[in-house]
Structures are given as C-alpha cells and as structure tokens.
Design a protein around this ligand. Structure first.
Ligand code: PEP
Ligand code: MG
Length: 592
C-alpha cells in the first residue's frame, strides 16, 4: 500500500528510486580504542596536531571542489580557527584536565547546541557545520570511525537520513542519488543548498516517521511539494515519471533562456530577482540571469564584524554587490548572451534583521525567552538608531554617487509609528548627504525608494494605510507564515505546518496584493515559496509584480512566468481563495 509523508520542499524536482536508509552513528569507538589520557600539555599538543591536519585537509578540499562547496568549506575553516572553539578546548584541557577527545566533543557540542536553539533556520542550520568540524577533529584524534558508507550507494537511491553533514554531501556519488529525504533540517541548511545546486530533489523536516521506511522500498521524492510517496501505485509512478520528464525539459529550456526577460503570455513583464545571503549567492544571481536583488540579507554580511558597521563598511558592501549585478561586470556573464548592458539592475538592501536569536558581537542582545517575538529587525534598529542611520547615510551616499536608486526595505514592521520613525531619520539625513554630495535634496529623496517587508500579521492587516506611505511592498512569506499560522519555523516537529499555501496565507497575500494595486506601488514576494516554479501562476494571480527567489531557481521561475496568462492566473487565485486546505490549493496547481 502506498503511503504519503509530508515535509518541506528543500530542492525542487522529482526523484524516483529506492530507499537507502543512512544512519551514521556519531559515536566514539569502544572505550578500549580511545587513546588514554596524557598530561594536559601533551593532550593540548595532540589536539593542535589534529587541528593542523584537519586544516590542511580542508585547504586541499577547498582547492579541489566547485565554488559553492569551497565557499562552505571556507566557512568551516573559519569555525575551525574561531577563538571560541580554540579557547574553549584549550581551557577544557588545560584547566579542567579533560582529554583532547572529550574537550573537542564537549566544546563543539555546546556551540552546536547554542546554534540549534536559535530561532532562525539559517543559524540552526549552522549547528550541522560545527558538528561536521567536530567529526573531522575527532577523526584525526582517532576517536571516530571513518565516515559513512555513502560511496557504495546503489544506483537509483533515495537517501533517507536524519540530516546530512557537508562531508556526507561531498562524498555523495551524485549519479547514484536521485533524491534525498531528511527527518530534520530546513530548506536553508547546507544540505538543501547543495542539493539545489546539484539539482537533486530534496524533502526535509519530515519528522521521525520517515524511519518507518524500509531499505530498498520504492519511493518518489517530490521536491516541489515537499512530500514523499512510499510504495507508489502503477498509476502514481506513471504520473510522476511523466512530470519528471517534463521538468527536465523545462529546466533545459529555462537555462537556455535565463538571460531573457520573463514576460507572461499576455505581455506582462515580471521581474525575477534573487535573494542574496553572501558573495557567492550574488555571483550565482548575476550568472543565473537574475533581474536584480530583491532581498539582500545584510546581517549575513556583517555577522563577523567586531565593531559597529560604519558608513564605509556599508559602502564597501554596496559597491561589491551593485557592481557584480551590472551586466558589464566580468563575473556577470549576461553580456555574453546579448543582454542589454544599459539595463540597471535594482538592489534591495534589507535593514539588518537581527535580534536576540542572531547575536552579533557589535550589539550585545539580551537572552530572550521567545526571540522571534522579541527585539528583532526594525524594533532593534529603532532602539539603536545610530546603526539605522548608518544604513540610511550609506545608501543615500552611494545612490548620490551613482545617481541610481537603491531600495531600502524594513523588516519586522508592525506599526505605522515604526515606519514614520524611520522616515524621520531619512528626512533628517537627506539634506545633510545632499549637501555633502552636491545633489539636489529632492532628487536624492527619489533615489531611496523605501518599502515594508510585510512579515507580521499586524503589517498585513494595516497594509492599506502602510501602502500609502511607502514606495513598494515585499511579502516575507517565511515569517508571515510563522506568525499567521502560529508555527515556529525552526521547530522540526511543527515546521512543516508553516505552509505558505495554507488558505489563510492565500487570503492575506491577496489582501496585500490588492492594497499595493490600490496604492499604485509594486508588490514583490521574497519568501521561499516564490522559488517554487509550480506556485508562480497563483502568486501572479494574487497580484505579485515581482518575485525574489533563491539564485539557483531564477531560470526556472522565469520559465514558469513565461507560461502564465494573467487572466487565467487571476481565475486560479479566485479558486484558491475558496479552498479549505493547502492540499486542495496544491491540487489546483498540479492540475494546471
Ligand atoms: C521572510 O521572512 O520571508 C524573509 C524573506 O526573510 P527571512 O527568511 O530572512 O526571515
Ligand atoms: Mg523574515
């Protein structure tokens, strides 16, 4: 009998194969094999030697792999050399007289636990990176069995695991794996990021029920819908293998047209921008044909700053990203395909979305019981206006230098007063920067379009009034779903319930789309759902004029736009608004 399992879509596509249950045990060898404890200074020396070997191995791997993996490995190397790691292990060995092995386990588990408890899936995902480093060190200290049996994976495998470390993924023989199903993890974890870049369909956050599957059991992974079908019927198999073939053809076509604009069948151009978290993402966005950056997650760029990012640090970031996106830039291959180099691609700078859950050294934040409802995003910036003013001053300065608009987007807005307070800062800074940069103040004001990232229910419900005060709206569906549906997006046991296609979400998105139309301002969508090509007709029907997606999805999303007719999209949205649950919404999308 076939059975369904539901999780979150981590990497799009359909995989048809047989379950390979992978449960590596992160356990030490039996006690007898653990090297005996030496005096602390010798244990510390052993640790330093193991550390040096891991460092050399990482360096070798970094130079022998593709850009994405090498970027992630470079971040692992940063963890390896981090002062918290080194000092913590040294203290455990030298002061607490713990063995090198125990100290490594202790300290790295502690750091991983701290990351895991953070109320943000990006940071929660970093726990896996810390453990990956821990495993490498333990391996070099002789305390861990050699890694995994993944090299011998049989062909047509669907890898079923709790989670995957980067080392697991590097080892994956991609040709043998046609899909991945994970009990934990999130679409923002490295497992999903790499699966997307390698075009392996992945479903995550399925929960422990995943282990009801048996080794060798036939499975279909539907990475578009975030679901698995175990022991599918003949009819289901036929349906999915047709979809699979269709999707492969679409991907080929999409890649060939990546640099062409996305225009609907009835002639409406839709801008398909990228969500960018780091330099590599920006390169990928530029090379992947993105029409601009719809969400620059600035906190990831400033996370390692020891001191407050000043105007100069902001300007450096803006110059790097802005340049990269322009077709004349050498890393931007768009010009080779005949794209118009005169088109200036927009850049949307999101004000730092920090809070108690994303601690940074330059702002000590209090421990909060419920950080996602705490001092986060704009709330924190209004308490520390010097940082907000640095954002504004830098954006105005660079916009004046380039005589080009830079968009400024405000996260976690929940009251009109917050919006007005930000605008007061902007209005105070415009004449100052205008004088410095010898530009007319009114002209400068036009170069800083300001928008609300709609991610709280309060903003969504007040959107008609807010829309009259700003230049654009963007829907942050990831957080909006968390708050509307009362689901902690980082809690694996409920994360799958934060379904962006829940009818309540469809209603609220339609309401925001209408408010944008009435106010005559563009409405964009930048949550993960916009990266799902199958959802595009619905999102356009709900009134979105712009999509901002994960860089790897740009070409496919553009292709999905090209197949839409806006009139039919609106009819589809009308039908979706009458659905009782997200299953019915998905059935509508699948029937297209
Ligand atoms: C969102 O909440 O949808 C969003 C785009 O922001 P983030 O995922 O960075 O919270
Ligand atoms: Mg958000």
């Amino acid at each position: 009998m076939s059975a369904n399992f539901h999780g979150l879509p981590g990497s799009p596509g359909i995989g048809i194969g047989n379950a390979f249950i992978y449960l590596p045990k992160p356990v030490l060898l039996e006690t007898g094999h653990v090297p005996t404890r030496l005096p602390p200074s010798q244990e510390w020396q052993r640790f330093l030697e193991a550390h040096a070997r891991v460092d050399v191995n990482l360096e070798r791997l970094i130079h022998n792999t593709d850009a994405l993996v090498s970027d992630i490995l470079a971040s692992h190397r940063t963890i390896l050399h981090d002062a918290t790691v080194m000092n913590g292990i040294e203290a455990a060995i030298m002061q607490n007289q713990v063995s090198a092995i125990d100290a490594t386990q202790l300290v790295l588990n502690e750091i991983a636990d701290t990351f895991r408890s953070m109320d943000d899936d990006y940071f929660a995902g970093r726990a896996a990176d810390v453990l990956d480093i821990g495993n490498r060190l333990l391996g070099q200290l002789g305390a861990r069995k050699p890694l995994s049996s993944l090299i011998n994976l049989p062909p047509q495998s669907i890898l079923v695991a709790e989670d995957l470390t980067l080392s697991d993924i590097i080892e994956l023989p991609a040709r043998q794996v046609c899909g991945i199903a994970l009990a934990h993890s999130a679409p923002t974890a490295h497992a999903a990021i790499l699966a997307r870049s390698r075009e392996i369909p992945l479903v995550c956050a399925v929960g422990k029920s995943l282990f009801e599957l048996r080794n060798g059991q036939p499975i279909i992974v539907d990475g578009n819908l975030g679901q698995l079908l175990a022991s599918p019927s003949e009819q289901q198999l036929r349906h999915y293998s047709n979809s699979h073939t269709y999707l492969l053809q679409q991907r080929k076509l999409a890649n060939a047209l990546a640099y062409q604009p996305a225009v609907t069948l009835d002639g409406q151009p839709i801008s398909v921008c990228a969500n960018v978290n780091n330099h590599d993402n920006a390169v990928q966005a530029a090379q992947g044909g993105a029409d601009g950056i719809g969400l620059l997650r600035t906190e990831f760029f400033f996370i390692n700053h020891e001191t407050f990012p000043d105007v100069a640090a902001h300007a450096e970031l803006l110059i790097e990203i802005y340049d990269l996106m322009q077709p004349g830039h050498p890393e931007n291959t768009a010009h080779e395909t005949g794209s118009d180099p005169a088109i200036i691609k927009p850049l949307t700078f999101r004000a730092l979305d920090l809070g108690g859950d994303k601690p940074v050294r330059f702002i000590p934040s209090p421990i909060e019981m419920n950080p996602s409802l705490g001092l986060r995003g704009i709330r924190l910036l209004l308490k520390r206006p010097e940082l907000l003013r640095n954002h504004i001053a830098a954006l105005l300065q660079m916009a004046a230098t380039w005589r080009r608009p830079l968009r400024f987007m405000l996260p976690m807005i929940s009251t009109i007063e917050e919006l007005l307070e930000v605008q007061t800062h902007i209005n105070e800074l415009i004449p100052i920067v205008a004088t410095e940069q010898s530009i007319d103040a009114e002209e400068l004001a036009q170069l800083l379009p300001t928008g609300v990232l709609v991610e709280t229910p309060a903003a969504a419900l007040m959107i008609e009034q807010m829309a009259t005060l700003v230049d654009f709206l963007s829907i942050g569906v990831n957080d909006l779903a968390q708050y509307i549906l009362a689901v902690d997006r980082t809690n694996a046991s409920v994360a799958a319930m934060a379904d962006p296609l829940h009818p309540a979400m469809i209603k609220i998105m339609s309401h925001i789309g209408r408010a944008g139309r009435q106010a005559g301002i563009p409405v964009s969508i930048c949550g993960e759902i916009a990266s799902d090509a199958t959802a595009i007709p619905l999102l356009l029907g709900l009134g979105m004029n712009e999509l901002s997606v994960t860089p790897a999805a740009v070409a496919l999303v553009k292709q999905a736009v090209r197949q839409c007719n806006l009139l039919s999209c609106r009819q589809l949205a009308e039908q979706a608004l009458k659905c009782q649950n997200s299953r019915q919404v998905r059935e509508l999308l699948m029937a297209l």
